[in-house]
Design a protein around this ligand. Structure first.
Ligand code: TEU
Length: 608
C-alpha cells in the first residue's frame, strides 16, 4: 500500500469507536472484466497477461484494489460464472503462474487483488456435479436434486418439482436421465445450485478460499452470496413440492414463478457467512469481503456489514440501481431522480453508526451509467455528465467501485442486431419474451437490449483509436469475441490519460481526494432537497469540516434548491471549491445566480 499524505481529521470511522480505519474505508476498487480488458496473445479474448501489461495504467489512475471477474477453468456458458475447477485458471485467460505474477506485480504497486467467488452454483462440468449425478455417491447431496412431480413421468412437461423459472430462461429445473431426477439451477441450465445445507459443501468452499488466500489474494467479491440459504421446510422440501398449496409463488408473465423469494436473504445466511468468516478470515488481516446482496435491505446491510457481526465487510445493494426499472429489467424507464436519491439516502442512513456501504453505478451486469443516466448526445455533454455522475457517486460515504471503462466515459454498445449480442441472458430473454411468451415485439426487445443488455458493458476496453481499440492485435487475422464500440477513436485511454480535462483525469482527482480527505471517506452523510427532480445535493460532515456536494443531474439549467442554497453564501469563495467539473469561477458565478448549468457538479467547503 503506497503511503499518502492524509488530510487526517479523525481516527473514528464509526461512532462505534473503531479507532483504526480499515484500508478499504479510504479505498477505491477497480473491477476488471478480464474477457474484455486486454488481449495479449491475439485470440480475441482478454487474459491475465493483458491485465499485467495494464497495471501501470491502473496505478496511474490511483486505485487501491482490482476485482477480477472469474478467470477460473470454465466452459464459459455464462462467461466464467460457471466454474468447473476453482483451483485452476482457464486456458482462455492463462495459467496459475500468470495469476501468481499478477498478484506479485499488483502488490508491488500497492494494489490488492480481489477474486470473484462464485459458490451459489458451479458449472455442470465441475467434478462435484458429475459425481453428484450418481445418487449413491458421497456427492449425491451436494446439489438440489428432486424427483419428478407425482403423477408425471420424469422428463415430461409439467413433471418439474415446482414452477420456478431460471434467471436465464426456461424452467429452473433440469431433468438428468442419468440420475433420473431434476436439479435446481437459478441461473443457466449449466449452473446447478450447490446445496449449502450440506456441511461438506461449505467446508469444500472454505478450503478453496483458504487455498487462494494462501496464494496471496486479498479477498473476494462473492457472487449472489445472499442466495445460498434456501428456504426449505422441516423435511428439507423446497416450496411447491407439496403442490397442493402451490406454495412456489405466483406465476409471472413469462410462465414461471421465481425461486428468488425463496433464496434471497435466506434463514441461515448469517450463520453461513459467520462460519465462512471464521474458517477463512479470522486469522488474517488486510483483506476485503464484498458480497453481491440481492434481496438485502439497507437495514439488513447494516447488520451484515457491522464489524461486530463478523460476516462481510460490505455488500452491493440493488435498490438504487433498479430505481429506473419497474417489473422486469427489460422495462426500463427514464430515471425519476428522487427515486435514486431516496434509495441512496436509505442505504447511507442505515450505516451511519455501524456497517458500511459499497458505491457503484456500473459493473459487468449493468448498462453504462453515462448512457443510462447521463447524456451522450454530444462529446461535451457526455464528458460533463460522466464527470457529474462520478462526483455524485464518489462523494457518498462508502467504498466506490469503478468498472473498467467507466473512468473513460465509455458508453453503451449501440448494437442494432441480435447477432451482435453474446450474453446468454440477452439472447435467451429475446427468445422467451418475443418468440415464446409474445410479451414484446422484436423491435421493442431490441430497444430493451440496447438500453439494459449486460453486453453494453462488455465491449472491449478502449485503449486507443486503432481498429480494435488497442484491445487486441489488429493484425491477428481474427475479430474480438464481441464488437468494439465504434466510438473508440474518440473515447479511449490514450487520448484521455494526457488530457487534464478528460473523464480519466477527473476520476484520478476523485480517487486522490478520497485518499487525502477523511471527510470524503468517513464524513456523515445528510441528503438535502430530496424532492428536487434535477438537483442532487447533500453534505458530508466530519468534526468541524463540512462539505456541500451539488450535482445538476440534468441536461438543462436548474435553480439551486432551497436547502442547498441556504448553505451557500451569495458571495461564494472560489478557494472553497474542493473539486468541480468546471472552473471554480464558473461555479461561483452559478452560485451567485442561484442557477446551475446543465450537469454542473461541485464540492464546496462550507466550514473549516
Ligand atoms: O449476477 C446475479 C444477477 O442477478 C445478475 O445475473 C443480474 O442481476 C442479472 O442481469 C439479472 O437480470 C451474478 C453475476 O454478477 C452475473 O454476471 C452472473 O451471470 C450471475 O450472478 C450468475 O453467476
Amino acid at each position: 500500500m503506497t503511503t499518502r499524505q492524509r488530510h487526517h481529521v479523525s481516527d473514528d470511522i464509526h461512532s462505534n469507536g473503531a479507532a483504526v480505519n480499515p484500508w478499504w474505508a479510504n479505498a477505491v476498487v477497480y473491477q476488471i472484466y478480464p474477457r474484455s480488458f486486454q488481449d495479449s496473445n491475439g485470440d480475441g479474448y482478454g487474459d491475465v497477461k493483458g491485465i499485467i501489461s495494464r497495471l501501470p495504467y491502473l496505478a496511474d489512475l490511483g486505485i487501491d484494489a482490482i476485482w477480477l471477474s472469474p478467470v477460473y477453468r470454465s466452459p464459459q456458458d455464462d462467461n466464467g460464472y460457471d466454474i468447473s475447477d476453482y483451483r485452476d485458471i482457464d486456458p482462455l485467460f492463462g495459467t496459475l503462474s500468470d495469476m501468481d505474477t499478477l498478484i506479485e506485480r499488483s502488490h508491488g504497486l500497492g494494489i490488492k487483488v480481489i477474486m470473484d467467488l462464485v459458490v451459489n452454483h458451479t458449472s455442470d462440468e465441475h467434478a462435484w456435479f458429475q459425481a453428484s449425478r450418481d445418487a449413491h455417491s458421497p456427492y449425491a447431496d451436494w446439489y438440489w436434486w428432486r424427483p419428478a412431480r407425482e403423477g408425471f413421468h420424469p422428463g415430461e412437461p409439467g413433471a418439474e418439482p415446482n414452477r420456478w423459472g431460471a434467471t436465464f430462461g426456461g424452467s429452473a429445473w433440469q431433468y438428468d436421465p442419468q440420475r433420473g431426477e431434476y436439479y435446481l439451477h437459478t441461473f443457466s441450465v449449466k449452473q446447478p445450485d450447490l446445496n449449502w445445507e450440506n456441511p461438506h459443501v461449505r467446508q469444500a468452499v472454505y478450503d478453496m478460499m483458504n487455498w487462494w488466500m494462501d496464494r496471496g489474494v486479498d479477498g473476494f467479491r462473492m457472487d449472489v452470496i445472499t442466495l445460498i440459504s434456501k428456504r426449505v421446510d422441516v423435511r428439507g422440501r423446497l416450496p411447491g413440492e407439496d403442490y397442493g398449496l402451490f406454495s412456489d409463488g405466483p406465476v409471472g408473465e413469462e410462465g414461471y414463478s421465481s425461486p428468488w423469494p425463496f433464496s434471497m436473504d435466506g434463514p441461515r445466511l448469517d450463520e453461513f457467512l459467520r462460519e465462512m468468516r471464521s474458517a477463512v478470515f479470522s486469522h488474517r488481516d488486510g483483506y476485503l469481503t464484498v458480497g453481491e446482496g440481492q434481496g438485502i435491505s439497507p437495514e439488513r446491510n447494516e447488520t451484515i456489514t457491522d464489524p461486530a457481526s463478523r460476516e462481510l465487510d460490505m455488500l452491493f445493494l440493488f435498490d438504487h440501481i433498479g430505481a429506473d426499472q419497474h417489473g422486469t429489467k427489460w422495462t426500463i424507464t427514464d430515471l425519476h431522480l428522487p427515486d435514486l436519491k431516496s434509495a441512496m439516502d436509505e442505504q447511507q442512513r442505515a450505516v451511519r453508526s455501524k456497517g458500511w456501504a459499497s458505491l457503484y453505478f456500473n459493473n459487468h451486469d449493468q448498462p453504462r451509467s453515462v448512457s443510462r443516466w447521463g447524456d451522450t448526445s454530444t462529446p461535451e455533454l457526455r464528458t460533463r455528465s460522466a464527470k457529474a455522475l462520478a462526483l455524485l457517486l464518489h462523494l457518498h460515504r462508502g467504498t466506490p467501485y469503478v468498472y473498467q471503462g467507466e473512468e473513460l466515459g465509455m458508453t453503451n454498445a449501440g448494437f442494432t442486431r441480435l447477432s451482435q449480442y453474446r450474453d446468454l441472458e440477452s439472447i435467451n430473454a429475446f427468445r422467451q419474451r418475443v418468440q415464446e411468451a409474445h410479451l414484446q415485439t422484436a423491435e421493442s426487445m431490441m430497444e430493451s437490449l440496447a438500453k439494459v443488455s449486460r453486453d453494453n458493458s462488455r465491449t472491449p476496453m478502449q485503449w486507443d483509436g486503432t481498429r480494435f481499440a488497442g484491445f487486441m492485435d489488429e493484425n491477428a487475422g481474427i475479430e474480438p469475441w464481441i464488437q468494439v464500440n465504434p466510438n473508440s477513436p474518440s473515447i479511449n485511454a490514450e487520448r484521455e490519460t494526457e488530457d487534464p480535462h478528460s473523464v480519466f483525469s477527473f476520476y484520478r482527482s476523485l480517487i486522490a481526494l478520497r485518499h487525502t480527505d477523511d471527510a470524503v471517506s468517513c464524513g456523515e452523510f445528510a441528503m438535502l432537497d430530496m424532492d428536487d427532480e434535477s438537483v442532487y445535493s447533500f453534505t458530508r460532515t466530519l468534526g468541524e469540516r463540512r462539505l456541500l456536494v451539488v450535482v445538476n443531474v440534468s441536461s438543462h439549467s436548474s435553480d439551486l434548491p432551497v436547502q442547498t442554497r441556504g448553505l451557500l453564501a451569495r458571495e461564494a469563495d472560489p478557494e472553497r471549491v474542493v473539486i468541480a467539473n468546471e472552473s471554480a469561477d464558473a461555479i461561483v458565478g452559478e452560485i451567485a445566480m442561484g442557477r446551475l448549468s446543465a450537469w454542473s457538479a461541485f464540492v464546496y467547503q462550507i466550514e473549516k
